[in-house]
Design a protein around this ligand. Structure first.
Ligand SMILES: CC(C)(COP(=O)(O)OP(=O)(O)OC[C@H]1O[C@@H](n2cnc3c(N)ncnc32)[C@H](O)[C@@H]1OP(=O)(O)O)[C@@H](O)C(=O)NCCC(=O)NCCS
Length: 355
């Protein structure tokens, strides 16, 4: 394992030779060496390499520790990240991936989420070990100065900038789900890449928001603000309304050239079937009232059968297909089971409200 000292004491010539070794790899070599999934290969093939940009420069250990602290990363996850520093000489294939992520993210700085959505960073196989699991974290640290510059150009105050860049919750979720530090076992890592390119803004009060494009068949025709609901606190209705108002102030101020038509939200929380089980006073039912819910689209029923929303009801304890074994601690969990027993499924639904 290379250390920060290795990097600091290695000569620039040695370092550039090492980067060159990574550079000379082709995607086929990288895919073979790392046993990348088809999805990861397709994703890497699709992204621009942005050759005119210089490659990533990682902060040294002292700076990395400070930055991770600023990003709300827990001490254990900070230590594991520092112990898993990627190095172009020792990990040329992983460095190749890091280099692509870095250049692509910097190249797309400021880009809104297109109407067709955003694929997220692919998982790296567990066999890439601790360095593979933390590669996305190091990519994040490498891009950080660029997004901070972008926020500053947009006039976003320091406090709001750092609040938007937190990484501790994503790393905490990775540890909770996989039992290991990092981000790399999550497939389709969604939020962190959008934070990093200045498209997702966190903690505007209770809710998080992303800038998104609206387009019809003849091309882009305006903007929408995507609404995201972080866990960790009740979904208090007044706090949500306050947050919508904060977003109404924030986006036109910092992105005045993007005329916003609406807020939209796609979530399991917007399934109207929830109101059949939860009291009208529940926060989830109150939250639904903020939105007009769109009708189910073709394919939604089929998607619901994959039961991807189940994890929101049960977290890690929902892995069993046996309804009798699921926890029944809350009204929501009891609703899940009763609904499935009646042969029906839960849906992700999309809602909108005027901006
Ligand atoms: C969104 C969230 C904060 C709502 O929680 P809340 O404010 O307590 O919601 P409600 O008041 O409507 O809760 C109604 C009932 O459902 C339960 N409940 C709510 N969310 C629950 C969850 N994720 N898992 C299990 N039970 C839940 C509550 O405990 C309550 O049951 P009880 O009266 O028996 O205690 C919560 O679901 C959460 O943290 N979710 C994770 C984030 C998320 O899902 N984001 C959207 C991603 S698309």
């Amino acid at each position: 394992m290379s250390t920060n000292r290795d990097l600091k004491t290695s000569s620039p010539l040695l370092r550039s030779t090492a980067s060159l070794a990574a550079e000379q790899l082709e995607i086929g070599d990288v895919a073979r060496q790392l046993s990348l999934s088809e999805r990861a290969v397709a994703w890497l093939q699709d992204i621009n390499r942005a050759v005119e940009l210089r490659g990533p420069i990682l902060p040294d250990d002292v700076e990395a520790e400070q930055l991770l602290t600023q990003l709300d990363v827990e001490p254990g996850d900070r230590a594991d990240t520092l112990a898993a520093r990627p190095d172009p000489h020792h990990h040329p294939a992983l460095w190749w991936v890091l280099d692509r992520i870095y250049r692509h993210t910097v190249d797309s700085m400021g880009a809104v989420v297109p109407i067709e959505g955003h694929a997220g960073w692919p998982a790296l196989p567990a066999r890439t070990g601790a360095v593979g699991r933390h590669l996305a974290v190091w990519a994040y640290l490498a891009v950080l100065p660029e997004v901070r510059r972008y926020h500053s150009v947009r006039g976003i105050p320091d406090e709001a900038s750092w609040a938007s860049l937190v990484l501790g919750d994503a790393m905490g979720a990775h540890r909770a789900v996989t039992g290991q530090s990092g981000l790399g076992l999550f497939d389709g890592l969604w939020g962190a890449p959008l934070q990093l390119r200045g498209a997702l803004y966190r903690r505007l009060g209770r809710l998080d928001y992303n800038r998104g494009a609206i387009s019809f068949s003849d091309g882009p025709c305006g903007y929408t603000i995507g609404v995201h609901i972080p866990g960790g606190a009740p979904l208090d209705s007044a706090a949500c309304e306050e947050s919508f108002n904060a977003a109404r102030e924030f986006f036109p101020r910092h992105f005045p050239e993007e005329p916003i038509a609406l807020f939209h939200c796609s979530s399991w929380l917007l399934d109207p079937q929830l109101a059949d089980y939860l009291p009208a006073s529940s926060n989830i039912v109150q939250f639904q009232r903020h939105f007009q819910i769109l009708p189910l689209a073709p394919g939604d029923e089929e998607a619901a059968r994959c039961e991807r929303v189940k994890e929101y009801f049960f977290g890690g304890s929902g892995n069993t297909p046996d309804l009798d074994e699921l926890p029944q601690d809350t009204t929501l969990q009891r609703a899940y089971v009763a609904h499935r027993r009646s042969g029906r499924y839960w849906h992700t639904r999309t809602g909108w409200r005027p901006f």
